[in-house]
Ligand binder design. Structure first.
Ligand code: FAD
Length: 279
């Protein structure tokens, strides 16, 4: 299963892989990877992780299962640098409010389209449904809600956009014309990131506490990299996505079978963990 014969052609095919969800009008394109050339008997980009981890031991054993166990061990024990040996470059088209969240991830390298240099396209994101404020999470949203102001609000995007185009026609500079445009306008950027930091991004941005829209991007990114480094993604799911972390007080409460004391949020999170553990 893991002995994928990744020829250069297959990798090149993957590089031109374009994800475009017309419903959301969002886009992520994998532009490049490092390393590019993968050895004939390798396990895809996973091999670069294994190669880096094994540098101190020489070739050692080369069985596929050993590689799988090694990657799992590295992930579990946070031996992270071998994962930095693999890099990806993506072309992303996303609403500005998503790009703002994305670019908080300082360990990637970004280049974004310049609204001072280029005229911005008349494209903006409108969600399929309006979501109500979450009662559990002050930052989150919940079920769909009917809003009497929503249509007017979104019409405002078209009005601001028309004003922008008129200002440009009038000769106003692009850098000043753009300042009244809404946060749901699309922007485009290149994102270069190594596998370790990409997984950190997925951990935070695929999490239910992240905004739905960025979660969808994070999930697409995972779909793109999964066939290129399947062993690493499986280890990530095993030791990060599907794992839970218990605090000292939580361990104490479980061990002593006592009621856990904490803030309302801490108690809620503790209960969720007990549900997962079926305790
Ligand atoms: C659900 C959610 C809600 C959020 N809400 C807010 C909010 O309300 N307001 C807000 O401002 N931000 C918010 N953020 C952004 C958040 O605080 C982080 O800036 C963002 O998630 C990037 O995470 P990071 O720093 O771990 O990642 P990266 O910047 O990619 O850094 C990766 C890791 O490198 C290390 N690192 C990188 N740079 C430094 C440094 N200069 N010093 C020390 N260590 C460093 C850290 O260990 C860090 O975890 C939110 C994020 C999430 C996921």
């Amino acid at each position: 299963m893991y002995n994928i014969n990744m020829s250069l052609k297959k990798i090149t095919d993957k590089l031109s892989y374009v994800v475009f969800n017309s419903k959301l009008n969002k886009g992520i394109r994998l532009v490049d990877t490092m390393p590019r050339i993968v050895e004939h008997d390798s396990i895809g980009l996973d091999s670069a992780v294994v190669q880096a981890a094994r540098v101190s031991y020489g070739k050692g054993t080369k069985k596929v299962n050993d590689d799988k166990n090694l990657i799992s061990y590295l992930m579990q024990h946070k031996h992270t640098t071998p994962f930095e040996m693999v890099e990806f470059k993506f072309h992303v088209k996303a609403p500005i409010f998503i790009a703002r969240q994305w670019m908080r991830h300082r360990t990637g390298t970004f280049n974004e389209i310049s609204g001072r240099y280029s005229e911005l396209k008349s494209e903006w994101y409108i969600p399929d449904v309006v979501r109500e404020q979450s009662v559990h999470n002050k930052q989150g949203s919940g079920m769909p809600i009917i809003s009497s102001y929503w249509e007017e609000y979104m019409d405002g995007c078209a009005i601001q956009n028309d004003c922008y185009n008129n200002l440009i026609k009038e000769g106003v500079s692009k850098e000043i014309s753009r300042i009244g445009l809404p946060q749901n306008m699309y922007t485009e950027f290149y994102w270069k990131v190594n596998l370790h930091n990409l997984l950190h991004f997925l951990k935070l941005r695929s999490h239910p506490s992240a905004q739905l829209e960025i979660r969808e991007y994070a999930d697409e990114i995972k779909n793109i990299i999964q066939p290129l480094c399947p062993t690493t993604v499986a280890a990530f799911d095993e030791h990060v996505t599907n794992s839970i972390t218990l605090s000292g007080s939580e361990v104490d409460a479980i061990r002593k079978m006592e009621i856990f004391k904490g803030t309302a949020r801490q108690v809620e999170e503790y209960k969720n963990k007990l549900d997962i553990l079926r305790l």
